[in-house]
Write a protein that binds this ligand. Structure first.
Ligand code: 3HC
Length: 301
């Protein structure tokens, strides 16, 4: 059955090579998923070789884990490893790609620059997908020569296990792009839904409401540990563990976007702002205990 809002699947174009802009954790998780499910060459690019190399190393390490668990055999592991590579020259990386997805820093200007650069080296039919969690697809595509091939393709952490994929249609997105996005989502074995191009789409808007209230509870004096324990019965992951998985900076960005769009309904926690300003990446340390520096930042007036 065709997902609601998906165009005729006969319009979908084949995806024989995938390009990924970025080599951070999200980009690397995407590379792993595309390699495993589509079994086509996947090229990661980043600003420097070292970061791009790390992305490939992550994919190889995850494939080794799957091999050790007996999920895949040695042949498949070798084949999948050989499909992923990194490249700093965008022309070489993306010249013959038919699907390029960006997972760079969550800022409109940065994403616009990335797409403008990628557009110079790809064919007119190459889909430009963005993993943005909150920004407008229409605006991101607006200055491009071919805004019709831009589509939102929003995954959730951890990418390997979370089943949902939000597909976002911008004002200019055409049916062939949308059909290709749905067909690709299906090949990736994700549940695809078409969502409106509105701030934070659906999932992060719902989650933002929840996280903004948890932030307020902690700002009012409840400890992070107690807030996390209190939610054990209703959510699969305690909110501050989730916040650490997603990254406090992304969560704050999402909250700010939502507060800007719906000021009456969202709250931006000053403690979260302090934690992001101090560049803390997680609430809990590797030992599972609350990071003492985070504890101090939470207590500051
Ligand atoms: N990477 C890869 N695989 C992972 C993983 C990770 N980080 N974490 C867990 N897994 C895998 C495990 O290996 C295991 O696989 P296996 O059965 O093949 O061995 C499977 O997931 C289940 O893991 P566990 O039994 O250890 O743990 P749980 O039962 O607690 O499940 C979870 C883990 C599925 C991650 C669950 O805790 C969960 O659903 N958490 C909520 C996550 C969530 O809400 N994500 C959305 C975040 S919002 C977002 O990403 C949007 C963005 O724009 C900000």
């Amino acid at each position: 059955k065709r997902p609601a809002g998906a165009p005729d699947k006969s319009l979908a174009r084949p995806v024989t090579k995938v390009g990924i802009v970025g080599a951070g954790l999200m980009a690397s998780q995407l590379a792993l998923l595309f390699v495993r499910r589509l079994e086509v060459p996947v090229v990661l690019t980043d600003l420097d070789q070292e970061r791009a190399d790390k992305g490939v190393a992550y994919v190889h390490a995850e494939i080794d884990k799957l091999l050790a668990k007996g999920r895949i055999n040695q042949d498949k592991a070798n084949r999948h490893k050989a499909l992923v590579s990194c490249e700093t020259d965008k022309q070489v990386a993306f010249g013959d790609a038919d699907f390029v997805i960006e997972a760079v820093f969550e800022e409109m200007a940065v994403k616009k620059t990335v797409f403008a650069d990628v557009e110079k080296v790809v064919s007119a039919e190459c889909v430009l997908a963005t993993n943005t969690s909150s920004l407008s697809i229409t605006e991101m595509a607006a200055d491009l020569e071919h805004p019709e091939r831009v589509v939102g393709f929003h995954f959730f952490n951890p990418v390997a296990v979370m089943p949902l994929l939000e597909i976002v249609k911008g004002e200019a997105t055409d049916d062939a792009t949308l059909a290709t996005a749905f067909a690709t989502g299906k090949s990736l074995k994700k549940t695809t839904i078409l969502v409106k191009d509105s701030p934070s789409f659906i999932v992060n808007r719902l989650l933002g409401r929840f996280m903004s209230e948890v932030g307020r509870i902690v700002d009012e004096g409840t400890s992070v540990g107690v807030a996390d324990s209190a939610f054990a019965g209703i959510a699969p992951m305690p909110p501050f563990v989730l916040l650490s998985l997603v990254g406090p900076a992304i969560a704050l960005h999402n909250n700010e976007t939502l507060k800007g769009a719906f000021p009456d309904r969202f709250y931006v926690s000053p403690a979260l702002e302090r934690i992001v300003a101090a560049k803390k990446g997680a609430y809990y340390g590797p030992d599972g205990r609350l990071d003492p520096e985070v504890e101090e930042l939470l207590e500051k007036p």
